[in-house]
Design a protein around this ligand. Structure first.
Ligand code: ADP
Ligand code: ZN
Ligand code: MG
Length: 488
């Protein structure tokens, strides 16, 4: 299905808004001094405050405020000079104080937008706001859910971690667009350095609100909210499923129930979790233990001055100044680590297109196959640059370069060492090659005859045989020349 879904004459338009939680990479939690480390022995990073014990008091982490402002500036938000914390009451064992400290009435960043590119077209997605809040702990149930379990374990290590929640306006119009938005938002946040933004580790989490309306209508339909998607692909799949489900309900003449639904990755479906709470159910009220956040314009401008070049600007620069295609520039800048690797490599080997091809071809596919991030790879930019130099100078052939690269990837060894150890230096010695050329000619009289009879592509076959004989080490240009000389 494309953007709209046509059936029985009514075309429905999906309307999607996302709520994105980003865990801030501060050293300590947002209201106490406990370390912010992923994992760890359960309940080892806790104190009386983040365990919700009476009598303990919060102290706001300044770096969390700075990070929220930094993210807000990168996303074109208005930074609000006065904001405050509110208590959001809810009772669930992942929240020992039975309220979450969040921002409801006065939040830190207002509005904003991110310009995304979907299939070559630019589109501005508006943000509603960004607010600061604390994270809840993690529960591990003995059964499949809390209601069907005999007992559950509670780990409060994550409880009290600093989060920003980014809320979009309902501007997204397809599952694909939502996935692309989240990917591009992830890149922006990654560039600002305020979070690791890893969906698998939960430092980037996304809930999706989705409704349908007849195409052309401006009024919003009743929405559902989908939770539990832990990859970009599952966000897209969950939305595709939910769009179809809602369309069938509406075509049946029924109505959508406003509710929270969970994505079931294994079965590829969404299921009802609970009917949706309203804001008044949370009994929001100002937290009496925390003073308001008052920001000076100079302080905000100081943060703006330290923002790095962001993905969109960088992408345009790579296309304009280095001649990369928009597509290539988009992939290279889609991850900060990849973009940095590219920059460092190009500084040492000044052929951006060749570097981009290697990164997007060999490198990304090896990372993919091994399910690794570029930061985890053993290859340094300097090593790739050296490999590409060897190829350019004719020391090794393109084919051998790929073999060497795979070896570099596996062992982290320098290309020079691998080339030497394995004796992979390209054979450019005319005498040595002439002997092999002779051997191939004698062994393939039919092809020789074809070539002389006018079938010029027989030459390609013969070059291939020489390459095979030399395990890819012969200099192909030289082989070509020698064969032609010998045959003509
Ligand atoms: P709620 O009160 O249910 O939390 P909000 O108005 O705060 O709803 O919006 C939450 C998210 O849902 C936002 O990203 C918003 O853009 C999106 N949203 C709101 N209404 C709709 C709708 N009818 N269809 C799709 N998305 C919506
Ligand atoms: Zn603590
Ligand atoms: Mg809301």
């Amino acid at each position: 299905m494309g953007k709209g879904c046509v059936k029985m004459g009514v075309e429905f338009e999906p309307v999607i808004g996302l709520e994105i939680h980003v865990e801030l990479k501060t050293k300590t939690k947002i209201f106490c001094g406990c370390p912010m480390e992923f994992g760890g022995e359960p309940n080892s990073h806790v104190c009386p405050f983040c365990l919700g014990l009476p009598g303990s008091l919060p102290v706001l982490n300044k770096q969390a405020v700075e990070y929220a402002v930094r993210a807000g500036l990168a996303l074109n938000c208005e930074i609000v000079p006065y904001s405050r914390f509110d208590r959001k009451s809810y009772f669930y064992p992942d929240l020992p104080s039975a309220y979450q400290i969040s921002q409801f009435y006065f939040y830190i960043c207002k509005g904003g937008h991110l310009e995304i590119e979907v299939n070559g077209e630019k589109k501005k997605i508006r943000l509603n706001r960004i607010h600061l809040e604390e994270d809840a702990g993690k529960l591990l149930h003995s059964g499949s859910s809390i209601t069907t379990s005999q007992y559950s374990f509670a780990d409060y290590n994550r409880g009290g971690s600093g989060l920003i929640e980014i809320v979009t306006e309902p501007d997204l119009r397809s599952a694909e667009e939502a996935r692309i938005f989240l990917e591009q938002l992830r890149a922006v946040i990654e560039y600002t350095g305020v979070s690791d933004v890893k969906m698998e580790e939960g430092s980037l989490r996304c809930d999706a609100n989705i409704s349908l309306r007849p195409a052309g209508f401006s009024q919003l339909g009743t929405k559902t909210e989908i939770k539990n998607m832990n990859s970009f692909k599952s966000l897209e799949r969950a939305l595709e499923y939910e769009i179809e489900r809602q369309r069938e309900v509406l075509e049946d003449g029924s109505v959508i129930v406003q509710e929270t639904r969970g994505w079931d990755e294994g079965n590829g479906i969404t299921t009802s979790m609970r009917t949706k709470e309203e804001a008044h159910d949370y009994r929001y009220f100002p937290d009496p233990d925390l003073p308001p956040i008052v920001l000076e314009p100079e302080w905000i401008e100081g943060i703006r001055a330290t923002l790095p070049e962001l993905p969109t600007a960088k992408k345009e620069r790579l296309a304009k100044e280095l001649g990369l295609s928009a597509y290539d520039a988009g992939i290279i800048t889609g991850s900060k680590a990849l973009a940095e690797f590219f920059d460092e490599c190009v500084a040492l080997f000044k052929e951006p297109k060749i570097v981009a091809n290697w990164l997007m071809g060999e490198f990304l596919s090896l990372l993919n196959v091994n399910n690794m991030e570029i930061q985890e790879s053993k290859i340094a930019p300097q090593q790739l640059a050296n490999l590409l130099k060897s190829q350019k100078e004719g020391e090794i052939s393109g084919k051998i370069a790929k073999t060497v690269f795979a070896e570099m990837f596996a062992s982290g060894k320098d290309p020079e060492v691998i080339i030497k150890e394995k004796g992979l230096v390209q054979i450019s010695d005319e005498g040595a090659l002439a002997a092999i050329v002779e051997k191939i000619i004698v062994a393939n009289p039919k092809s020789v005859e074809d070539y002389r009879g006018g079938k010029k592509n027989a030459l390609g076959f013969l070059v291939g045989q020489v390459m095979k004989e030399t395990k890819g080490q012969a200099n192909p240009g030289l082989v070509n020349k020698l064969l032609q000389e010998r045959l003509n």
